[in-house]
Write a protein that binds this ligand. Sequence first.
Ligand code: HEM
Length: 177
Amino acid sequence: MSSSNQYNRLAIVFHWLLALLIILSMIIGKLVLERIPNSDPEKLNILQGHSIFGIIIGLLMIARYLNIKLRGKPDPIDSSGKLMRQTALWAHRIIYLLVFITVATGLAMAVQADFPAVFSGVATLPESFNHLTARTVHNLSTNLLILVLLAHISAALYHQLIMRDKILHRLRWKRMD
Ligand code: HEM
């Protein structure tokens, strides 16, 4: 495999860093935030961390998109047929869209609940976020994202383990000659 069959190193860093941050944000959202009432004093710190992670994810997604647009990406892997290539292309587009919607609705909640004032101690959290449409969409887009990411990971593992086409080498730091 030549190095032109691999993503550039910045794209590789963005991919794995985003994977880590998105999975952590989902775990914190689903297993922690969702279960703690807004009246719990602990909630503020966790919400602050979750918001910072979410904003970093949004910025990294923009940087990742620009990096791919400016520097290009490797050709599709030889083993994929036309249908597989189209499916992968659309799966990637849907992942971008869902992450964007999740970050945007998170920010909408932050604006509606005035997080800057809450985090600086000037205001308190609302009783809950349940009445906000942004929260319903945030929850829905996260659930859809979980499904699409599971499909994305399964497809990668199918390539790697069943088709044995070394697809994950494209995202390896080490250059292949
Ligand atoms: C890709 C980035 C993000 C992911 C994967 C994510 C994930 C989640 C999840 C899974 C929940 C629980 C939702 C539920 O089931 O009700 C949640 C809640 C929430 N998230 Fe995010 N989030 C992201 C970005 C953000 C951002 C950027 C902000 C704000 C700046 C934010 C603010 C919130 C708030 C306010 C809640 C509601 C907590 C509650 O209802 O108690 N999120 N998030």
